[in-house]
Design a protein around this ligand. Structure first.
Ligand SMILES: [Zn+2]
Length: 98
C-alpha cells in the first residue's frame, strides 16, 4: 500500500497491553512503534485512565492518545494497563488546546 507511514503505518486504531505479573496470565506489551511517537502534551485529564499523553507521529503527524492505568490490589496483585488510540486530526487538535 502506498502512502503508508513507515513509522506508524503498522499500528492498529487501538492497541491495549496489560501486565499483571500473574504467572497464569501472560503479560502483553504495546508494539515497538509506539516508542517512536513524540509526546506533544503530557498529563491530559480525562475520565477513566489515571494518566494520558497526547502523542504524535513525527513522520506523518497523526495524533495518538496514550493512556496508562494501574491498580495495586490488597492481595499484592498489581495491574498495569497501557492503551494507545489513534485520533482524528480534529480530536488531536482539541486535546492540544485543552
Ligand atoms: Zn506516522
Amino acid at each position: 500500500m502506498s502512502g503508508k507511514c513507515r513509522l506508524c503505518g503498522d499500528l492498529e486504531d487501538r492497541h491495549e497491553a496489560v501486565q499483571t505479573r500473574r504467572q497464569w496470565e501472560p503479560d502483553t506489551f504495546l508494539p515497538k512503534a509506539v516508542e517512536k511517537l513524540e509526546t506533544v502534551k503530557r498529563g491530559l485529564r480525562l475520565r477513566g485512565p489515571r494518566s494520558s499523553d497526547l502523542r504524535r507521529c513525527p513522520e506523518c503527524l497523526t495524533f495518538y492518545l496514550y493512556s496508562i492505568d494501574w491498580e495495586q490490589a490488597a492481595d499484592g496483585m498489581s495491574y498495569d494497563q497501557q492503551v494507545l488510540r489513534r485520533l482524528t486530526d480534529e480530536e488531536g487538535q482539541r486535546y492540544l488546546r485543552s
